[in-house]
Design a protein around this ligand. Structure first.
Ligand code: GSH
Length: 233
């Protein structure tokens, strides 16, 4: 069984693999350690960290293999897909990679990763990433990001109209959440101070409540020392 080391910063995209690792360690024999990357010291841009993740962001997931070698995977969605695939016993993805359900699962993961997450990044990093000091430019970027997030919440809410989780993943007659549901909740949490707070969408709120009642969420909140431990209440 490989050992994982997660490079994370609290509250960030690294919460996605962190939550899955907590879930896997609680219910299955998965071991991991964490390494905090302190943004207040710009630790994500140091030479030492750039050797681990040349993108200068979190997460980075280092996999220590049984043969003594190690591999590093970056991109929060990729780490989620990897953890779900390598631990099929946890049922974090539809098991048949050739099935329509699996394709739907990948569709949702890709949508979260290349539409919702970049929109969130545009909002939070509007000034940094645009390198603009013009308040109107920054505001336009943020408004565009919020419009895209609102459209995403509308779409995902509809998808949940007749099902408890974003993707059909039925094991022994019971719906199970996939890595896509964990990923969604982390992104939804980032909208908590927006007008488009995801809990305002009925079906999204039901999913958020369902997912955050998991034991692993409680443990994750403690490990991450979140400054808003009561979200989503
Ligand atoms: N596409 C990347 C985005 C990662 C990302 O932007 N992480 C942010 C935190 S949510 C970060 O590390 N920011 C620090 C920085 O940009 O300096 C992923 O999904 O992993």
């Amino acid at each position: 069984m490989p050992h994982y080391t997660l490079f994370y910063h609290h509250g960030s995209a690294s919460m996605i693999p962190h939550w899955l690792l907590v879930e896997l360690s609680q219910r299955h024999d998965v071991k991991f350690t964490t390494h905090h990357v302190d943004f207040s010291r710009n630790a994500q841009k140091t030479e030492e960290y750039l050797r681990i993740n040349p993108k200068g962001v979190v997460p980075a997931l280092v996999i220590q293999n049984d043969d003594g070698t190690s591999d590093t995977i970056t991109e929060s969605a990729a780490t989620a897909l990897l953890l779900a695939a390598r631990h099929p016993e946890a049922n974090l993805a539809p098991w048949d990679v050739g099935s329509l359900q699996y394709a739907k699962y990948v569709e949702v993961m890709v949508y979260l990763a290349n539409t919702v997450l970049p929109s969130m990044r545009d909002w939070f990093y509007a000034a940094t990433d645009s390198q603009s000091t013009n308040a109107a430019t920054v505001d336009t970027i943020k408004q565009m990001a919020q419009r895209r997030i609102r459209a995403a919440w509308d779409l995902l809410d509809k998808q949940l109209q007749d099902q408890p989780y974003l993707v059909e993943n039925v094991v022994e007659g019971k719906w199970q959440p996939t890595a896509a549901d964990y990923t969604f909740v982390i992104l939804a949490r980032w909208s908590r101070n927006f007008e488009e707070h995801a809990v305002k969408w009925k079906n999204l709120n039901a999913l958020i409540q369902r997912m955050t009642s998991r034991e692993s969420w409680i443990a994750l909140k403690e490990k991450q020392k979140l400054d808003d431990p009561n979200w989503p209440l």
